[in-house]
Design a protein around this ligand. Structure first.
Ligand SMILES: Nc1ncnc2c1ncn2[C@@H]1O[C@H](COP(=O)(O)OP(=O)(O)OP(=O)(O)O)[C@@H](O)[C@H]1O
Ligand SMILES: N[C@@H](CCO)C(=O)O
Length: 300
């Protein structure tokens, strides 16, 4: 039977002060193989996926249904085989990949002809912020914002000559909980300094000044000072990564994973070294995914 396959990368949001705005796609994937069927069936082929009882409770189905309803279409029944390399609630964008999977499922099954911008807008509506969903859709390092006029703009940075290391702990931290510790507002002085730091991070990344980018990344004022206490080994990981030659280390998304940018070619060595210091963590050198959402034909 011929169907289609969706591949969606993991992502790391914020990169320090790019709070709710910057996201980078990473080479771990959520994949769905979708085939016509006489009833809805989901098959999970990874221990990283959440359990569910009825298809109507499945998060990805719910997103697809919501989008189909909005377009007054009915979703034809399918059998969906899902695999995942993205751990849940760790700050690696599992929910954004699932949201975009649901959106693309409805797009394909109901022939909605959505543009990338349509998918970004609906994904942002569900997630509440566009950073992870933009990275999942477009790949690479994407800066995006929903303006006061309710328009969503985005810019994809040129390829970065960097390696990435992630430090994934065994426990989960829900984004919802990690947002509760943040202030409701910032003073003008704080906001001006925080956005100045963010501007410097983005400009220095684009121009390849990674020492400056790393130094500024670590001085975020929007979320890191409030979330640090939720993340065991926060200072230890930063210092160990710095000692190993990392440019900068920050919380990945809402945490609890942390992420370093390191000189090209040093990712594996840094990861192996810090893995030996933190045996309970999964420390991995990852690559930037430059493709984003991929849709291909699938057969079984
Ligand atoms: N593949 C999936 N299938 C179904 N539900 C999922 C899937 N991936 C994520 N979810 C849902 O999203 C929740 C995790 O979302 P949450 O925003 O807390 O963390 P995250 O997206 O992994 O991290 P962050 O947003 O900080 O990068 C899971 O507990 C689950 O309810
Ligand atoms: N920008 C979001 C990413 C997690 O979804 C946050 O930091 O809360």
């Amino acid at each position: 039977m011929v169907g289609f396959k969706l591949s969606l990368p993991a992502s790391s949001a914020n990169i320090g002060p790019g709070f709710d705005s910057a996201g980078i796609a990473l080479n771990r994937y959520l994949t769905l193989q979708v085939f016509e069927n006489d009833k809805w069936e989901f098959e999970h082929n990874s221990h990283l996926l959440p359990s569910f009882t009825d298809y109507k409770d499945h998060f990805i189905y719910q997103i697809a249904k919501r989008l189909a309803d909005r377009h007054n279409k009915s979703l034809p029944a399918c059998r969906v085989k899902i695999d995942s390399e993205i751990p849940l609630a760790r700050g690696l964008g599992s929910s954004a990949s699932a949201v975009i999977a649901g959106i693309e499922l409805a797009n394909q099954l109901c022939c909605l002809s959505l543009t990338p911008e349509d998918k970004l807008a609906f994904g942002t509506e569900i997630e509440g912020h566009p950073d992870n969903v933009a990275a999942v859709l477009f790949g690479g390092f994407v800066i995006t914002v929903k303006t006061p006029k309710n328009e969503i703009d985005y810019f994809q940075l040129p390829a970065l000559n960097l390696d990435i290391v992630v430090y994934i702990p065994t426990f989960e931290l829900k984004t919802e909980d990690a947002r509760k510790v943040l202030p409701k507002s910032y003073s003008r002085k704080e906001a001006a300094t925080a956005s100045g730091i963010s501007n410097l991070v983005m400009a220095s990344l684009i121009s390849g000044n990674f020492e400056l980018a790393g130094r500024m990344m670590e001085q975020d004022l929007f979320h890191e000072p409030y979330r640090a206490e939720l993340i065991p080994n926060y200072q230890f990981i930063k210092q160990a990564a710095k000692n190993a030659g990392a440019y900068g280390t920050v919380i990945s998304g809402a945490g609890p994973t942390m992420i370093s940018i390191v000189p090209k070619g040093t990712g594996e060595t840094t990861a192996n070294h810090i893995q030996s210091l933190l045996p309970d963590y999964q420390v991995e050198a990852l690559m930037v995914d430059t493709n984003g959402l991929q849709i291909k034909l699938a057969a079984e």
